[in-house]
Design a protein around this ligand. Structure first.
Ligand code: ADP
Ligand code: MG
Length: 252
């Protein structure tokens, strides 16, 4: 199914230091998965492997039933061409903690970028950018430069940019961690609005209230392993796992 994710025995090392020790994870198409876990536990690396920003050392990642990765024994299942990787990545949106907007481009230009690269005519891309700005509560802000927008507004532009290519899957890496507390809610509200859109959402966040309200599945990652996974109530309120408990009592 477009937007489904299946990860098996995913291992990833940096400079001989293994940070993902065999991750198994299933994400249903159209669902919302929240990933929780302490800093340094490998959450960003996991998202980056899903999005081809990193390639696994072993194991595999499938998005929409298509494998992007390597077998456990290190043999490549199949060499993927840069074109194939680009095609697959074009179906995956990513939203970062630091927004990563181009500062010298307007909100509309930032949103249009991916469409123009995909060959969408300029006028069509511009109309789509305006629609998406309205969808994230920023109607009429086409010509605003990032520096003229609050952090919450910049992050909403980044979400509009992620939506512009009609992704099957959007990965959010701590999308509200860089925001002043009063701006967190407006960004979470936009993400929540996407929950029933049919797009698969994987959200790394420490916002437990959001997890409880919006997630279909909560996944707790610790030291490069998935240590707990299940519906929000099971993981947030009834976990038997000591590390998950300690983490939750620290962030709640
Ligand atoms: P999290 O997002 O949960 O905080 P990360 O995935 O960013 O964790 O990092 C997991 C571990 O991998 C950390 O120890 C981090 O220092 C290390 N790491 C991540 N990316 C790199 C990299 N490109 N090079 C070297 N070490 C890295
Ligand atoms: Mg991280």
């Amino acid at each position: 199914m477009a937007g489904s994710v299946r990860i098996r025995s995913l291992h990833k090392s940096f400079a001989g230091q293994e940070v993902l020790h065999g991750i198994d994870l299933d994400v249903a198409a159209g669902s919302v998965t929240v990933i929780l876990g302490p800093s340094g536990s490998g959450k960003s690396t996991l998202l980056r492997c899903i999005n081809h920003l990193e390639s696994p050392d072993a194991g595999y990642v499938e998005v929409g039933g298509e494998i992007i990765g390597y077998r456990r024994d290190g043999h490549r299942l199949r060499e993927r061409s840069p074109r194939e990787i680009a095609r697959q990545r074009s179906r995956i949106g990513m939203v970062f903690q630091q927004f990563n907007l181009f500062g010298h481009q307007t909100a509309a230009q930032n949103i249009m970028e991916g469409q123009l690269a995909a060959g969408v005519p300029t006028e069509q891309a511009r109309r789509r950018a305006s629609e998406l700005l309205a969808r994230v509560g920023l109607a009429g802000r086409e010509n605003a430069y990032p520096s003229a927008l609050s952090g919450g507004q910049q992050q909403r532009v980044a979400i509009a940019r992620a939506l512009a290519v009609d992704p099957d899957l959007i990965l959010f890496d701590e999308p509200t961690s860089a925001l002043d507390p009063e701006l967190v809610g407006e960004v979470l509200a936009v993400i929540k609005d996407l929950a029933d859109s049919g797009i698969t959402l994987i959200v790394v966040t420490h916002e437990i209230g959001f997890a409880r309200e919006v997630a279909d599945e909560v996944v707790f990652v610790d030291h490069g392993r998935v240590v707990e996974t299940g519906p929000p109530a099971a993981v947030l309120d009834h976990t038997e796992n000591d590390r998950a408990r300690a983490f939750l009592s620290a962030v709640l």
